[in-house]
Design a protein around this ligand. Structure first.
Ligand code: SAM
Length: 265
C-alpha cells in the first residue's frame, strides 16, 4: 500500500497501518504513545514491541524517531520509559539523544517527592542522523571579555580581548508552557486529553528534517505533529485508532488551513 505518499490523517491501528507502508520511507516520526495506561484513550491500547519494530522498518537510513514518554507514578516510577528505550536499542535503533521535555507549569502532584515536570524525548536514529539543523538561542553573556587563547604547560596563559558569541546551540532540555495558549490556541485540540505543545513538534521538525521530507505520527491524537509539519512545508501523515480523535485532528487541520495557517508562538 502506497499510503505513505499522501498528506492525511487516517483511522487505523498503527501497527496494521505501518505494515502496509514501504520500508525506509519516513524521514521523521514524532509521537507520544499512551503510557502505562495512565489515561484511557477511549479504551485503546497499543502493542509497544510491534510498534517499535514497524517504526524501525519504515524509517529511512539516517531518519529519526522522537518518542515522547513519561512514567506512571504509583508509589514509585514505573520506568516503562527505560524498558522501552532499551528495547529500541535491541532492535537496531541508535539512542542518539535522551532529551527532556520540561513543562513550565505543572500542578503539584506528590506529597513526598518533588513535582514531576518532565517527560523523556528519546531521539532514536537509524544510523547517524542525515539531517541536523541546530536551533540556536541567545547566549546569556554577551559583549567583550579577556579570553585565554594560549594555555601552555608553563602555566602562563595569554589572554586577548575577544567578543563573546551572541548565540549558541540550544541545550537538550526544552521547556514549554502547557495548557491553553501554551500547548496551542486551538480550542478544538483540548477535546483530546493529552496534547503536546505545537512548538515542541515544530522544534523537532525544524531540527531533523528539510522541506518536503515526510513527517509521521502513528498515534497522532489531536493532530499536533501533522499541523506543524504542514505549516513548515513538510509532507505529513497521521494515524490514530480512535475515530473521534481523528475527527478532531482533521477539523483542526481544516481550521488551520482556513485561518491561513496562523499558529501560536
Ligand atoms: C498521548 S496521545 C497523543 C497525543 C498527540 N501527540 C497530540 O498532540 O494530540 C496517544 C494517542 O494514541 C492513540 N492510540 C492508542 N493506541 C493506538 C493504536 N494501537 N494505534 C494508533 N493510535 C493509538 C490514542 O487514541 C491517543 O490519541
Amino acid at each position: 500500500m502506497e499510503n505513505h505518499k499522501k498528506r492525511g490523517i487516517y483511522t487505523a491501528d498503527c501497527v496494521k497501518f505501518m505494515s502496509g507502508m514501504r520500508g525506509g520511507s519516513v524521514d521523521l516520526t514524532i509521537t507520544s504513545p499512551p503510557y502505562d495506561n495512565l489515561r484511557d484513550y477511549n479504551g485503546y491500547k497499543f502493542d509497544f514491541e510491534a510498534t517499535a519494530k514497524q517504526l524501525f522498518r519504515i524509517t529511512k537510513r539516517g531518519g529519526v524517531v522522537v518518542w515522547i514518554i513519561g512514567d506512571r507514578i504509583n508509589g514509585g516510577k514505573s520506568l516503562t520509559s527505560f524498558t522501552q528505550g532499551l528495547f529500541f536499542k535491541e532492535i537496531g535503533f541508535n539512542m542518539h539523544d535522551v532529551m527532556i521535555y520540561q513543562k513550565k507549569n505543572t500542578p503539584f502532584m506528590r506529597s513526598n517527592a518533588y513535582t514531576n515536570c518532565y517527560e523523556f524525548m528519546f531521539v532514536l536514529t537509524k544510523g547517524t542522523p542525515k539531517t541536523f539543523n541546530p536551533i540556536k538561542e541567545q547566549t546569556v553573556r554577551q559583549g567583550y571579555e579577556m579570553l585565554v587563547h594560549n594555555k601552555k604547560s608553563d602555566g602562563i596563559n595569554k589572554k586577548n580581548l575577544k567578543e563573546l558569541k551572541k548565540e549558541k546551540t540550544k541545550t537538550n532540555i526544552w521547556a514549554y508552557a502547557v495548557g491553553f495558549g501554551g500547548t496551542t490556541t486551538d480550542k478544538i485540540a483540548f477535546n483530546h486529553p493529552a496534547v503536546f505543545p505545537e512548538k515542541l513538534a515544530e522544534d523537532h521538525i525544524l531540527s531533523w528534517t528539510n522541506h518536503d521530507d515526510l513527517v509521521f505520527d502513528p498515534m497522532c491524537g489531536s493532530g499536533t505533529t501533522c499541523k506543524m509539519a504542514m505549516l513548515n512545508d513538510r509532507q505529513w501523515l497521521g494515524i490514530d485508532v480512535s475515530k473521534e480523535y481523528v475527527q478532531i485532528a482533521k477539523q483542526r487541520i481544516k481550521e488551520t488551513k482556513e485561518s491561513g495557517g496562523l499558529h501560536a508562538a
